[in-house]
Every structure is written in structure tokens, then in C-alpha cells.
Ligand binder design. Sequence first.
Ligand code: F6R
Length: 242
Amino acid sequence: MKIVRAKDYADMSRKAANLISAQVILKPDCVLGLATGSTPIGAYKQLSEWYQKGDVDFSQVSTYNLDEYRGLSHDDPQSYHYFMRDNFFNHINIDINNTHVPDGANPDAAAACAEYDAMVAAAGYPDLQLLGIGNNGHIGFNEPDNHFSKGTHCVDLTESTIQANSRLFDSIDQVPRQAYTMGTQTIMYARMIVIVANGEKKAQAVHDMCFGPVTPQCPASILQLHTNCVVVADEAALALCP
Ligand code: F6R
């Protein structure tokens, strides 16, 4: 694991965007694994600006997102389909047909997950996977558990994740209780992983990810075993790290 120290959120976002843009420049038809949540928004904004300036071209890139709430339509403003268009895809020259998010609108969880797994495998898995980290150490929606997950599957969100994500909904009752998520094994197949974190709320999770035991109780800790994983975090998120 390589830890890249950023001063603050803006610096973290720029550094992460630099790594992603280098990947796209080196391999214009690369496969990017993408995340939602608050943390990567700054990196998406930075990449959109660099696209507008003509510095990076997404026309041949394809993307696979980590997760989606079960039961939300693609046009629901709370869905991750919508989030990705709103925060990134609508601002760059990516072919929207080459963007993929698990189909939360498909109520058949087994079919939706198997279909997504097959698509990610057929694409050869991400060249670069961007991740955020939950306060409880989750990656994607792989919550603390007694085992590491494998492929895309349906999860029951933990109370702490429902609570954390409720800030984006009108009320906590509106937060979906289930999601489809790429599994930990699939995430580990990415050839490079960039995980971003900012703010003191993430400090314990970032410490446990980088310096704690490798355990499914902190799903992100498995990234210690990845051969090309870069943690880009600001000072507050690194406050508990040596
Ligand atoms: C979202 C995802 C989640 C988030 C995590 C952190 O696609 O995979 O694991 O990365 O919950 O969320 P934020 O960035 O909102 O703190």
C-alpha cells in the first residue's frame, strides 16, 4: 500500500484525479471502476475541468460502478445511476453506453448480480478502481462481516451506513435498506486501486485499513494484500496513522 498525503480535500481530489487521468492517457480505452459518495466528487469535478480544457479524453473509456441501491429506478435522483450522470458522465465525452452501474431497478437480485458480474468479467476487470471508504471500513457496500465477499451480491445495509447515507435523503426512512454491490474479490481483481478519504470521521477506518489486521471486520483492510493500491488521504483522515 502506498499512502499519498494530501493537505486537504481539494489537494486529495487533485491528486486522485491526476492518477486517474494518467491511466486514461496511458490507455485511452481503459476500464475504470468508479465509486459514488461525497469523497470522489472533487476528483470527478477536476477530471471534468481537465476534459473541458482538452487535457483528457474519455471517448474510449468504459466504466463499471461499484454499487447501486436496490429498488431505485435509474432516474431516481437518489440512485447512483443518476449521481454518476450528474457528477461526472454529463460533463465529459464518455459514451454513456459504455458506462455501467448495477441495475437496482431489477428486483431479481440473483439475476441482477449475476448479469453485472458477467459484464465486469467480460470487460477484463478495471485497470483502475476508484474507492471511497465507509466510517466502518466498508468498500463498495461490503460491510463488516465474518468473511470477505466474492462477486456482486445483494447486501443489507448496516445501521451505521444507513445513518451515514441519510444526509443525502429527506429522511432516514427514505434510505433504501439493501444494495447490489461488487464483491471484495472482484474489487481485488482491479490492476490498480486508488482509495480516497478525507476528514476526521474516516481516521479510524483509514488507520485500520492501513495498519490494522487484515480482517473482514474492516473490509478495506484486504487492500493491504493488493500489489498496487494507493491511499490518497488528507491530514484529518490520516490523523491516527503513524
Ligand atoms: C459508494 C461506495 C461507498 C462509499 C463510502 C464512503 O459507491 O462504494 O463505499 O465510497 O460509503 O462514502 P462517502 O464518500 O460519502 O463518505
